[in-house]
Design a protein around this ligand. Structure first.
Ligand SMILES: CC(C)(COP(=O)(O)OP(=O)(O)OC[C@H]1O[C@@H](n2cnc3c(N)ncnc32)[C@H](O)[C@@H]1OP(=O)(O)O)[C@@H](O)C(=O)NCCC(=O)NCCS
Length: 229
């Protein structure tokens, strides 16, 4: 299977919403509940409400037929953060999932706030929102996606990649460790009690390449400015 990675576009938002549903199911099972289409509707709302930020340095992994099977995002130092709960999320959650499920989700979101890793190292970029659709896992797709994200970070002349992963997601930690990531931080004390316990891992990227990956056939479809650092 020939897999390709390209920047996400606005047209990808429905597929991205479904992938993020899968990310929730893997990382925080039981937190986002209700009919899958409704979950995806809510996540699509949060993506759309973020505007350009939802697509900034977000990439999609595609199979031979161009179908999207995975995604991942990079946050460079100084980038505006993607907002997981933009204005209107509470109302959208109640509308799509109902009051009870929305309350459970918002409780989890508040808990997550205590554990957010504040990225401050100017030499490293943060990889996040990495997910491969369940039926394609364990066959090397994630490795292709990570290769691309790391290459992009190197080409932006950053020396290290970092990522935050939930402490109980040991399968993902193994995946990252095999790629050379090492644990540099683990939540403890009050932070571990109040938030979802998590681990930050880092990988030194060997060399800085001069040219960023180019996407000549896609450039015209992008609605954000790819030249912003
Ligand atoms: C982690 C993930 C992106 C890796 O993608 P992938 O396509 O499965 O990765 P690869 O095929 O290149 O590598 C497989 C390795 O990934 C790890 N892995 C993690 N979750 C896995 C899963 N559900 N199924 C298969 N492998 C998984 C395993 O360590 C596996 O190594 P192994 O061969 O020793 O078992 C993918 O499994 C996934 O989307 N998991 C759910 C979401 C998630 O946890 N994201 C990380 C958030 S920080």
């Amino acid at each position: 299977m020939a897999l390709t990675v390209r920047p996400a576009t606005r047209a990808d938002l429905p597929a991205l919403a479904h992938l993020i549903v899968e990310l929730y199911q893997s990382e925080l099972p039981g937190v986002l509940t209700g009919p899958v289409e409704k979950q995806a509707e809510l996540l699509r709302f949060t993506l759309e409400a973020n505007g350009d930020k939802a697509l900034y340095h977000r990439y999609v992994l595609c199979d031979d037929y161009g179908a999207i099977i995975g995604t991942g995002m990079i946050e460079f130092p100084g980038d505006e953060r993607f907002d997981r709960a933009p204005d209107g999320t509470v109302a959208a959650a109640v509308r799509t999932l109902g009051a009870l499920r929305a309350t459970r989700l918002l409780g989890a979101a508040v808990r997550a706030l205590f554990g957010v890793y504040r990225h401050s190292d100017p030499q490293s970029a943060l990889i996040h929102s990495v997910v491969v659709t369940a039926r394609e896992r364990g066959r090397g797709a994630g490795a292709v996606l990570m290769d691309h994200l790391e290459h992009t970070i190197r080409s932006h002349r950053h020396a290290r990649a970092r990522l935050q992963v939930l402490a109980w997601n040991t399968a993902a930690q193994r995946f990252y460790a095999r790629r050379g990531y090492v644990e540099i931080w683990r939540s403890s004390g009050w932070r571990a009690m109040l938030s979802w316990p998590s681990v930050v891992m880092e990988k030194a990227l060997d060399s800085v390449e001069a040219t960023p990956p180019s996407y000549p056939t896609l450039e015209s479809h992008l609605f954000w400015n790819d030249s912003v650092p």
